[in-house]
Design a protein. Sequence first.
Length: 374
Amino acid sequence: MSCFALALVPVLGISFAAALGAHAAAGTAAEETIATEKIISAYNCGAFPNVAWWLNDSAKVVGMVNKRYKGDWDKYIASWNRYGGSLQRSLENGEARLIKSQNRTLKGPTLAVHVTMVKKRVVVLKCLRDAQNSNNSLESLETAAGGDDANNQPRARPVAGKCDPLPQADWWSKTPTAVKSAVAKRYNGDWDKYIKRWKTHHASMKRSSENGRARVVKSRGITLRGKTLESHVGKIEKRIEVLECMQANAEAGNTGDGSGEASLETASGAPTRAVISGDQMEIEVEAECSGGQASFKLTNVGDRWPRLGEINIHRIDTKGLLVKRRLRMRGSQQMTFRIPRNKQQGIAGVGIFVSPSWFPRKFEYDAVANCVGE
């Protein structure tokens, strides 16, 4: 039987070496699939919602993202968010949606179920993204020689002490005070969560650099590529190192930066930044005092808002409303709201809250400014 099989090989135009190569390639693919499934299992991402015409095998989805999107999970997830937002608008407007590949029309209750399925799928996709990024972060701990670092353990967290200066980019929080404020306000003091986000960003940027892909900083209209992107990846890596030092100091009760704890605004009036993230919303808010005048600059670093949102600026003491604007921000759009000095007399600071109409946010000031005495 084996002789018969070998006799067929020349007839089919396939060499025995090629057959062995194909077999080896299949074995490698199988090993990669098993490794991927182990990563997914470790993160306990769960199963995709059961929609028959979707790709619902986690390992295959990972492979598809790596192949079609070159590992850019954020781009793939953004496409599902846009699709879900479009379905949600159709549902709210009482419209029907046709699934062309299945020749099925969804409306009312069936469309509502489908919207829920899309949201559940996005949750699983984000978990898969985090699992992949975590695996990439572990790989980056390997030494230049290709082996693990000393004792085969991840590097230890820095001990408390004086930290190096933060590497700078125009769109980053520039001071330790601004970073601490962001961690306290946006991450409820969870340094691990904040640093994990930077590590995820580093892994994504590093992949782009290694694959020769350019990256666009939407808020500044800047394209990073080649040596510029490589240098930026190095800055992110150094920033993570400094952030881990700051975390060690925070946990030890030190400032580690040679200065006492400061309020939200520095004595020089340097701006502080916060980031608002949510369903189809990614905004950077910058609070600043200049000449006694408070200002809030908003930069939409995500896509265009699906619907209108509200910008509300309040007195901190009474929560009295000073400014209220309804608008729909475009991608990369910037807006600045200023509170004149004479409007702040007798006020213990002002705070801004961004309220989207398409998903609920708990009322909590996104940034505050106290310019009294400046």
